[in-house]
Write a protein that binds this ligand. Sequence first.
Ligand code: ATP
Ligand code: FE
Length: 335
Amino acid sequence: VYILAIESSCDDTSAAVLQNGKVLSNVVANQKIHEAYGGVVPELASRAHQQNIVPVVHQALTIANIDKKQLTAIAFTRGPGLMGSLLVGTSFAKSLSLGLNIPLIEVNHMQAHILAHFIEDEAQSIPKFPFLGMTISGGHTQIVLVKDHFDMEVIGETLDDAVGEAYDKSGKILGLTYPAGPIIDKLAREGNPKAFPFPKPKAPGLNFSFSGLKTAILYFVQKQVKENPNFIEENLVDICASIQYTIVNIIIDKLKKASKETGIKTIAIGGGVSANSAIRKALKDGEQKYGWTAHIPKFAYTTDNAAMIGIVGYLKYLQEDFVDASISASSRIKI
Ligand code: ATP
Ligand code: FE
């Protein structure tokens, strides 16, 4: 079974070819254009997808050494995401499936961030059901009780900002370019995580809140800069380490609570922020500390990529879960 998968929900255009559960190619075109704006500009993202989609798909087929006539089915991200971005991938997938007369499979982007763990790859392991999926990305922060591939329930989520947003907005305050998550992660490794204690915002139950943290960081930095205009440059690594330390603690605390409440000790992280070195380490340490079985995705399957769309496509293909060309993109679909 050869699946061509297409992902265009936000600012990365991606195409992948999977042979059964294995990835033959996974091409991602990042959109540099948003760096200057400190965040994704939807109209520019949509236009960049239109420019990128044909060459990206072509490259994915070339690397996989597959002719499009050999494809078994097309999988695409239906949502959630930016409408203008989703429309590009959706329309492309629909027309290709019509042209080739092969099945079309819709994929939920947030399910895909979790099911990326089912890609067969030496660099990662496949979790056993039931497990807790922790999706930490640019738009979401969710604890998901995963009973089966397509039997998922959100048991906790953010009430305001996503954790990726907390990283990116903190970075903006510090004058870093978008997306700031990976930059903060890199700088944090050189700094003292306890240099500046930031408050951990409280949220009820298994929910999260990150907007208070961003405000605390903003006020703290503004106050310090008033006293010392060079405060940020002089303390950048310590500020980053302190932000990272606070965020990782918030996530691990809630995972401990979720694990205790559900009795489930198998935990799989996913989404762009699961690329974070401190989160990966804290999760691994949880195996010793709390008896967890930790599943940490391969880097290539953390931030947006079509390979994760392809594995969901394959799992749905096995169930013959197809859609017809009347399907439309949906920016707010739930897991
Ligand atoms: P969603 O999946 O919720 O629709 P998205 O697709 O925009 O959102 P992803 O591509 O999954 O998000 O993740 C992007 C986010 O991951 C950005 O906020 C980015 O800063 C963050 N990120 C990437 N690498 C790291 C890292 N090493 N440390 C912290 N954050 C990171
Ligand atoms: Fe994503």
